[in-house]
Design a protein. Structure first.
Ligand code: NAP
Length: 350
């Protein structure tokens, strides 16, 4: 069997870092060879540095690995990054500069015009922006990002409809899980029995990222999707899974059964290429009147499938429906691993 590609995880001890370790434990192409986090964790065995918060055990081999400093010296050439945006803004370019393929989760580089913001099912062609990056020209390094955890579920649900009927306007109201705030995240006294109608910078990210993801690649830049978009974001006392109430107006007339068929038959490059983390069905429409719900539906397709339900006419725009997506799998680590698989399939990982 050919040997696996060694990969590193920046921010390995956090909520998303842990999901990376889980997603890569039995990966057929990649093997975790390096872990890095802050000064607090540096030099410690991973099992001691991380407050492991997942239901599966820490893989034995990873538990014993020593956490390295967050510097490109000695790091492998493929890096998954799960750092806070402020730290990512300083550290991520250093890795791309040093010749690494940087596959990032944070918002630091997402809206930079030469950095692809990618969902492989939706806009895998945007990966070609890599060839315009200065890092690529200087050191062969580059950066690719995945979207914010609320934007990704929304765009997975919008893409099949946009393809067939063209979006004109989108209104999104989110109910976002506490795991989206990292660990320890929101204080229990703030969130238990409560809803917090504010998540810093989240609405702006959803609005601009949705239009970049559904935009057209034009040479060295992306022309944003030509539709109006407004988001309102709320934090709710749910562990995992962001639920969203969406209303849309379309440029072409659509029947409800045509919209449902567009979701249920949606397949794209990751499914054709059989990428290891690609779900068989990227979007599934649930017929029951009271679904999707995070408690029952968040793990569909091993957390990589977006569940949609409750399609009905909207009294203000054309249609409304509910979307559910796993925020730390499809919304973070799973999204980045799928991006890396697409990069490998397209020959960008050497
Ligand atoms: N949670 C989600 O659902 C989600 C979804 C999509 C995207 N994201 C994004 O992913 C990133 C990570 O989120 P998270 O939820 O995993 O956060 P988190 O649980 O707070 O983890 C943060 C990680 O960054 C490390 N870190 C902090 N300061 C550092 C420094 N100065 N140098 C190097 N490493 C440092 C921490 O290491 P120590 O343990 O040593 O402090 C930890 O490993 C954020 O940009 C977030 O916006 C999160």
């Amino acid at each position: 069997m050919p040997s696996k590609l060694p990969v590193g995880i920046l921010g390995a001890t956090g909520i998303v870092g842990q999901r990376f370790i889980q997603a890569l434990e039995h990966h057929p192409w990649f093997e975790v060879a390096w872990l890095a986090a802050s000064d607090r964790s540096e030099g410690k065995p991973y099992a001691e540095a991380a407050r492991w918060r997942l239901k599966t055990a820490i893989p034995d081999r990873v538990a014993k690995m020593t956490v390295s400093p967050a510097s490109p010296n000695g790091a492998p050439k493929i890096i998954f990054a799960a750092l806070d945006a402020a730290i990512a803004r300083e550290l991520e370019p250093q890795f791309a500069d040093a010749g690494c393929a940087l596959v990032s989760n944070s918002s630091a580089l997402r809206m930079q015009s030469d950095v692809p913001l990618v969902i492989p099912e939706v806009n895998g062609d945007h990966i070609a922006l890599i060839d315009h990056q200065t890092w690529r020209k200087n050191s062969r390094g580059f950066a690719v990002t995945n979207p914010n955890c609320s934007a990704i579920g929304l765009v997975m649900a919008l893409a099949p409809i946009h393809q067939a009927f063209e979006l004109d306007a989108v209104l999104a109201v989110t109910m976002q899980a506490v795991s989206g705030a990292g660990y320890p995240g929101v204080a229990s006294l703030d969130i238990l029995g409560n809803v917090i109608p504010f998540i810093k910078n989240e609405e702006e990210k959803m609005e601009e990222e949705t239009r970049k993801l559904l935009g057209q690649l034009n040479g060295s830049k992306v022309i944003p999707g030509p539709f109006a978009m407004s988001a309102q974001c709320n934090r709710v006392a749910v562990e995992d899974g962001h639920t969203e109430s969406i209303s849309i107006r379309l440029k072409k007339k659509a029947k409800p059964e045509e919209i449902i068929e567009a979701w249920n038959t949606y397949r794209a490059e990751p499914q054709e290429l059989k990428l290891p983390s690609a779900p068989e069905r990227p979007v599934i429409y649930l017929d029951a009147a009271d679904r999707p719900q995070p408690r029952f539906d968040v793990d569909m397709g091993a957390g990589m499938t977006t569940a949609v339900g409750r399609l009905r006419p909207c009294g203000v725009l054309d249609w409304k429906f509910t979307v559910l997506s796993h925020n730390t799998i499809r919304g973070a680590a799973g999204a980045a691993v799928l991006n890396a698989e697409l990069l490998k399939a397209k020959g960008y990982l050497g």
